[in-house]
Design a binder for this molecule. Structure first.
Ligand code: COA
Length: 511
């Protein structure tokens, strides 16, 4: 009734005649009210859902910004290489365990007599994490070609050559470092670079006339006195932690090599005075500086030089030697000194010295680097007929021009296109391959890394070619070192292939 009563007091909205019309109006009002409430509810729910959509979008945005922040955090928390590595070790251990458990008996190829008598060419026999050499494309550092490394790895300045520290980070972790990470690694290496006095004295015990590589190996052996691995092993370290002191040794070794190497150069060719490390310079620039070179172009060339000489998969003599010698748990100093002795062979690292010596002999023969194609052809044939190889040409794996040659050529074209020695090197590249091809036995007639480096070093004033292999040696530590750490982290066993006697081989073939 009260409703009716109220209704009666609302004549502007409804026309009241009698009770029945009042009742039908009441129904209409009720329906209208329900409609209005429904509309209000719809509007309410729509706005609520719009609000919740908005809130969820805001939420997504904050998730997105969180994940960006997370990525940034991930990069910055690993400004030190050790932490980055420590995180990776269990993952890699698991991969190796799985391979052994599930695929241990998978065959990777067959072994032929040619392989056994032919320096194990083409025999897949060891794992190397840092790099792989494709016969046609050449080296890839953790999957990245040299041009890709030049594009993606931080340099000393935008567009500069890759910093060796960046290559070290990449080879060890498989990750591309940012500039902050590389700078912190450069700082870490500088802080580890103190050389004990007895290392200089050990080198001084040799005559100055000793080959720089002999002096270098002696210096590395003297550094071994400070091996953390040896100390830890004697202290009874658990084998699951072998990689930790190996990391310490490797980083100390890499950090200290330039100063030892520079000392040998100063001692043998200059005044013998040590040039101290410059704490504002990166690894490659510091090495050049300690040698006595401060031309920014030379510093930049040193960065490129060290980066491209760092690694060339595991089968080459120096890398394989380091891996082999480390396998009975010899520490990184012992392993690397052995690697240097392999590098000192003229068919391996010493070839860079031989190339410049050979180029100089051409210039001496004709009295000028500007010689004709006929003259050059005659000289190459003379080299071959005297039973020598053409240094800087050929390779055990590569079947095309070495991309390490190509990037040095590009550097030369940019900085020293008119240098007569560079022009002679360019001419040699045109003349040698057809001659070697004609011999019919040379598998790769194209230039390798050593065919080019000498003329660049010579141009910047590092003219003493007998020193060149030491530069190669310093560089190789950046590639070999990471593998020695992984060898211990992955529990790689003592290396022990099977040999056969000649008689046994003949017997096997007779069957
Ligand atoms: C690098 C090198 C040792 C690879 O050796 P490899 O794998 O045995 O090369 P191949 O299979 O092509 O050798 C087949 C033949 O060609 C010869 N050969 C290869 N490269 C040659 C070169 N640059 N000049 C002359 N002859 C060469 C080899 O001596 C061998 O001759 P042989 O059968 O009479 O002994 C070889 O090419 C060489 O001696 N090059 C010159 C040194 C050099 O530049 N070393 C640096 C390498 S990065």
């Amino acid at each position: 009734m009260s409703l009716i009563h109220t209704y009666q007091f609302n004549p502007q909205l409804f026309w009241i005649r009698d009770l029945s019309s009042l009742f039908s109006d009441f129904l209409r009002y009720a329906l209208l009210s329900v409609l209005v409430v429904a509309l209000v509810q719809m509007a309410f729910f729509r706005s609520v859902s719009a609000l919740s959509r908005l809130r969820s979008r805001v939420g997504q945005q904050s998730n997105l910004s969180n994940s960006v922040r997370w990525l940034q955090t991930q990069t910055s928390t690993h400004t030190d290489l050790y932490s980055e590595l420590k995180e990776l070790v269990p993952e890699y251990q698991e991969r190796v365990k799985k391979l052994k458990k599930e695929h241990g008996s998978v065959e990777l190829g067959k072994i032929t007599v040619d392989m056994v008598l032919g320096g194990m060419r083409g025999m897949t026999a060891l794992v190397w994490l840092g790099s792989a050499v494709d016969p046609d494309e050449g080296i890839r550092f953790r999957g990245m070609s040299i041009p890709e490394c030049q594009k993606k790895l931080p340099g000393a300045f935008p567009g500069g050559e890759p910093l060796p520290e960046a290559v070290l980070w990449l080879l060890l972790t498989g990750k591309i470092p940012n500039k902050a990470q590389v700078d912190s690694l450069a700082q870490e290496l500088r802080s580890r670079a103190t050389i004990p006095d007895y290392a200089y004295k050990a080198i001084d015990a040799l005559p100055v006339s000793a080959h720089p590589m002999t002096q270098f190996t002696t210096g590395v052996m003297a550094l071994q006195v400070q091996s953390e691995f040896q100390k830890a092993y004697e202290g009874g370290i658990h084998k699951s932690r072998y990689w930790e002191p190996t990391y310490e040794d490797t980083m100390n070794l890499i950090a200290r090599l330039p100063a030892v190497a520079a000392y040998i150069y100063r001692r043998k060719y200059k005044d013998g005075k040590i040039i101290s490390l410059d704490h504002s310079l990166d690894y490659g620039a510091n090495y050049a500086h300690m040698l006595g070179f401060d031309d920014p172009e030379m510093l930049e060339f040193m960065r490129l030089y060290i980066s491209i000489h760092s690694d060339h998969e595991g089968g080459n003599v120096s890398s394989h030697t380091a891996h082999l010698v480390a396998s009975p748990l010899s520490d990184p100093y012992l392993a690397f000194a052995a690697a240097l002795n392999g590098l000192a062979g003229p068919l391996h690292g010493l070839a860079n010295q031989e190339v410049l010596r050979w180029i100089r002999s051409i210039v001496a023969e004709f009295g000028t680097p500007n010689i004709s194609t006929e003259q050059l052809t005659d000289y190459i044939n003379k080299t071959l007929s005297s039973g020598q190889v053409v240094p800087g040409y050929g390779h055990g794996v590569l079947r095309q021009t070495d991309p390490r040659y190509t990037c040095q050529r590009e550097f030369a074209l940019k900085h020293l296109p008119n240098d007569p020695y560079f022009q002679l090197v360019s001419k040699i590249k045109e003349v040698v391959p057809p001659i070697l091809t004609k011999l019919g036995k040379v598998k790769n007639p194209w230039p390798n890394v050593d065919a080019h480096s000498g003329v660049l070093l010579n141009y910047y004033g590092l003219t003493e070619e007998n020193y060149y292999t030491v530069l190669f040696g310093v560089s190789r530590s950046i590639g070999v070192g990471p593998q020695l750490i992984w060898d211990r982290a992955l529990g790689m066993p003592l290396e022990r292939p099977k040999s056969v006697t000649l008689e046994k081989l003949e017997q096997l073939c007779a069957k």
